[in-house]
Write a protein that binds this ligand. Structure first.
Ligand SMILES: Cc1cc2nc3c(=O)[nH]c(=O)nc-3n(C[C@H](O)[C@H](O)[C@H](O)COP(=O)(O)OP(=O)(O)OC[C@H]3O[C@@H](n4cnc5c(N)ncnc54)[C@H](O)[C@@H]3O)c2cc1C
Length: 401
């Protein structure tokens, strides 16, 4: 039983369905919709999709940028560049992709629907579960009960399964707000249409833009430090779980201040902005935070990430792939020992997920640095370039279980 039909939950259904297991996914939403904006998939995540035979489906909706460039948001200087395109494939065996979250979700949904073992149940908001020596009983908010041999909580940052498994722990507010928008490439000046991931680093802010939908659109995200409703859209005390607070470009322009003209042009070209507060949790402390008994956590439910290493969806895909590999390794015709399998999952995944969590968090402070730290950061990126931006330990994954 998988709770949550986001990227992680659907990926889990694909991985375990492919291994021949009967999987039921319970999703609270009444329909699968177009939620979110762009996301990036490093070669490690693309490798997972390739393993599931989804390379063509990915090519049909993603963009494959030629390079990642880092620019100073104030002066506009090009600080560093990591060549992507064919070179990243040569270095890491898979390309670097950028796409709309809704396209990745649709791709996984189609793959899950093609597996007869996978059953997707909508309008099923899970309230809790009870565990016995032989299985798990899951209760929906409408009192419906579901029985399963094991339970995977893929229910995101505010996971119910997590609070029952690990006890209630409040999420951590980062103090950062993400402004997100999409713009048609045709509406951008030619110089800004290049197939690049561009990261702008400025004091107390950073911005990233990259092509999606085979280059027809650009996704733009600007992360600033602030609070909903205080000089930004939304309202004080507004639902922190919402991904779509109304945002005003005037607030964003004021916060950006005297940043480089290219960045401002990009911001001005976006017709509609939404806003969401970024929250996370401290990095995982051990395998016991991934799985206990017949219950495991996957994706943001286990290890929510700040988006500063662009690996949130990637780690959810890696988690799912690992579960699938472990299930495939079970001798045919034998009953799966779920507590044992989930322990192996937890031991394979937790340290890598914790490392990506802390690196993402650290990047946030480096990206937003001012004064001497900003100067040192810029000098280091200019000096070290590719060797700083390329991450073989990450892009070579996921580790084999
Ligand atoms: C600003 C920003 C930028 C990002 N950029 C990137 C990026 O560039 N690259 C990247 O890899 N990642 C990025 N991410 C992160 C990425 O979107 C997530 O980390 C990733 O999608 C993990 O998905 P998940 O399935 O674990 O959780 P979610 O996507 O949150 O899915 C959880 C699902 O569970 C359902 N659910 C919740 N509670 C219940 C319940 N009680 N019962 C039933 N269903 C329930 C929800 O409706 C939802 O469908 C970004 C995130 C942010 C905030």
């Amino acid at each position: 039983m998988v709770v949550g039909g986001g990227i992680g939950g659907l990926a889990c259904a694909v991985a375990l369905g492919r291994a021949g297991l009967d999987i039921q996914v319970l999703e609270q939403a009444s329909a699968f919709g177009e939620v979110g904006a762009g996301l990036q998939l490093g070669p490690n995540a693309v490798r997972v999709l390739a393993h599931w035979g989804l390379t063509d489906a990915l090519s049909a909706c993603a963009a494959f940028p030629e390079a990642l460039q880092v620019r100073d948001a104030l002066g506009g200087a090009r600080l560093g560049r990591l060549t992507l395109g064919p070179q990243v494939r040569a270095r890491h065996g898979q390309p670097y992709a950028t796409l709309h979250r809704a396209d990745l979700h649709a791709l996984l949904l189609q793959a899950a629907r093609q597996l007869p073992q996978v059953q997707l149940t909508l309008s099923a908001r899970v309230a809790g579960y009870t565990e016995s020596a032989t299985g798990v009983r899951v209760t929906g908010e409408n009192e419906t009960e579901y029985a399963a041999r094991a339970l995977i909580g893929a229910d995101g940052l505010w996971s119910r399964v997590r609070s029952q498994l690990l006890g209630a722990q409040p999420v951590r507010a980062s103090g950062h707000l993400a402004y997100r928008g999409m713009v048609r490439s045709a509406d951008l000046p030619a110089a800004l249409r290049a197939p690049l991931v561009t990261a702008w680093l400025g004091p107390r802010l950073h911005a990233v833009h990259y092509p999606v939908r085979q280059g027809e659109w650009f996704n733009v995200v600007v992360v600033v430090q602030g609070v909903l409703g205080q000089g930004h859209g939304g309202a004080v005390g507004a639902d922190p779980q919402s991904w779509t607070h109304q945002a005003h470009v005037a607030d964003l322009r004021r916060t950006l201040g005297p940043t480089h003209a290219d960045l401002l042009q990009m911001v001005d070209a976006v017709p509609h902005w939404t806003l969401w507060p970024l929250n996370d949790r401290p990095p995982m402390g051990g395998p016991q935070e991934h799985a206990r008994g017949r219950v495991a956590l996957l994706g943001d439910a286990a290890h929510p990430l700040r988006p500063y290493l662009a690996q949130g969806a990637a780690m959810a895909l890696e988690d799912a792939w690992t579960l699938g590999r472990l299930a495939e390794q079970q001798p045919a015709g034998t009953e799966i020992d779920w507590p044992e399998l989930l322990q192996r999952f937890a031991h394979t995944r937790w340290a890598r997920n914790a490392r990506v969590q802390s690196r993402s968090q650290r990047n946030g402070s480096i990206f937003h640095a001012s004064g001497l730290v900003r100067w040192g950061r810029n000098a280091a990126i200019s000096l070290l370039g590719e060797s700083l931006l390329d991450l073989p330990w990450l892009y070579g994954g996921p580790p084999q279980p």
